[in-house]
Write a protein that binds this ligand. Structure first.
Ligand code: FAD
Length: 450
């Protein structure tokens, strides 16, 4: 283990959508930032940014206007994290996030006050708020039901144009499909390899030549989302020129290339903005210091690096990200030992009906916070003045069923960063660190309340 400590204004724990967004927002506010975490849900996501689409869950009501949906939710579910956020700051968060993606060559499209319906690999339509430009023409094709050809490839598993047509084609008579060979490949296909291969202009020309004979006047052509890695938009635009039709991508099943494009954009874009990435490193232990900051030990299995941070944002996700751990009788938050809002008994974790549209009580488990997104201790007070939480670890939300995954991560990340920023300006750490001692969170929580 290294004896030296690296210091940051802010350490973000978690490299999912919430942690990445928090690191981005913090760096653009002039904070020095470190970010630790392993692969999160971001690599599995469709690349779409859902803000809010379903409320109330029991009625499965789908909303076209996400802001009206959030307004209704705030009235009915005042404990939902969205009830702690102002619409203006939520909108700013999404804009700032999308502007970063545009800078990284991944422009997003969407309406200001409206969700858009995007065609999925299941053939269903998904309500979302922002979609990569590479998927955008698909929304137009779906809305207008214009003649459209869906292309898939021999040897590519997990994506079937025919299956999409079976579901979506009932009220879309002009929807046709064609399975072709991917240029140069004879065996099993891997989306990663196909995407990288398509960076070569010659391969795109050959692909366009392979599709052209199957066109019967279609205005739109849809492909699985594998048209390039970091250059997806350029690949799509070039194919559009070559074929003379609108081209769009359809998000594939997880883990998806569209999700890993997002991760790659952050891996490329955060370091030049001053964020130090501790990739694949976990926070193994923490101490709350008497100067008001934290000491964190990072590593894979054993501590390798020691970090000092004036403030910490916890974006460790739920069970998938390992931000929450389900044990026999209880659910635990493993880094800080924070109290977790959870069903009172294990038998209430799940509903009898696995497909219950209301979800399971377990899906609303998580960390409760104050209005600045500071986690609460067992007495309902802020556990630490410089500790904040963001993303799916927050209690009283079911992002999967409410269709608010990335939106919740991004908007709470901005709120947590702005709270941390304000707090560091108005209540900086004590300067005398020579006499510092450390204490565990429970002790410090008592000090905060006192
Ligand atoms: C299959 C799938 C599909 C999705 N599709 C969509 C979609 O279509 N639209 C949409 O809006 N959203 C979608 N999402 C949701 C979205 O991608 C995010 O997963 C979600 O918003 C939660 O993000 P998060 O950052 O809070 O948590 P996670 O993504 O779970 O990330 C948690 C992070 O914390 C890290 N971590 C945990 N413990 C520690 C520790 N001790 N030290 C350091 N790091 C730690 C993990 O390694 C991980 O990096 C999808 C998610 C999944 C899984």
């Amino acid at each position: 283990m290294s004896n030296t400590e690296t210091s940051y204004d802010l350490m973000v724990i978690g490299a999912g959508m919430a942690g990445m967004a928090a690191a981005l927002f913090a760096s653009s506010r002039g904070l020095s930032v470190g970010l630790a975490g392993s692969v999160g849900g971001i690599d599995f996501s469709t690349g779409l940014i859902d803000l809010m689409a379903v409320h109330p869950l029991k009625d499965q009501r789908l909303w076209d206007d996400p802001w009206a949906c959030i307004q209704a939710l705030r009235g009915h579910s005042p404990q939902h994290p969205y009830a702690l956020l102002e619409p203006e700051s939520m909108s700013r968060a999404i804009d700032e996030f999308c502007s970063f993606l545009a800078d990284m060559g991944m422009p997003m499209e969407g309406h200001t006050h409206k969700n858009t319906r995007i065609l999925t690999a299941m053939g269903t339509a998904k309500h979302t708020f922002r979609a990569p430009r590479s998927m955008w023409a698909g929304a137009e094709a779906l809305r207008s039901k214009a003649p459209c050809l869906l292309v898939d490839f021999h040897g590519l598993k997990g994506f079937s144009a025919a299956q999409i047509r079976e579901v979506a084609g009932a009220d879309w008579p002009g929807l046709r499909t064609k399975r072709i060979d991917f240029p140069g490949w004879k065996e099993e296909l891997y989306p990663d390899h196909m995407a990288t291969a398509l960076h070569a202009p010659e391969l795109r020309r050959i692909l366009a030549e392979a599709v052209r004979p199957h066109l019967k006047g279609e205005q739109f052509v849809g492909f699985p989302a594998l048209l390039g890695r970091e250059q997806a938009e350029a690949v799509r635009a070039d194919l559009e020129d070559l074929l003379g039709t609108r081209i769009f991508e359809i998000p594939t099943m997880p883990p998806s290339l569209a999700g890993s494009r997002l991760r790659a954009a952050f891996d490329r874009g955060l370091p030049p903005r001053g964020v130090r990435l501790y990739s694949q490193r976990m926070v193994l232990s923490q101490e709350a210091l008497n100067d008001g900051g934290f000491r964190l030990r990072l590593g894979k299995e054993r501590p390798e690096t020691t970090i000092r941070a004036k403030a910490v944002i916890l974006g460790t996700g739920r069970f998938f990200g390992k931000g929450l751990v389900a044990e026999r009788g209880q659910i635990r938050e493993p880094v800080f030992g924070l109290p977790v809002h959870q069903p009172v008994k294990r038998e209430y974790w799940h509903s009898q009906d696995f497909y219950d549209p209301q979800g399971h009580e377990l899906n609303q488990a998580g960390i409760e916070t104050d209005s600045s997104l500071r986690p609460l201790d067992e007495h309902g007070k802020a556990a630490h003045p410089h500790l904040f939480a963001t993303g799916s670890i927050l209690a009283h939300q079911d992002w999967m069923r409410q269709k608010c995954g990335a939106g919740l991560a991004i908007t709470t990340a901005l709120k947590a960063v702005e709270s941390a920023h304000d707090c560091l300006r108005t209540a900086p750490l004590s300067r005398d660190t020579t006499k510092e001692t450390s204490s565990d969170m429970a002790e410090l929580g008592k000090a905060v309340k006192a």
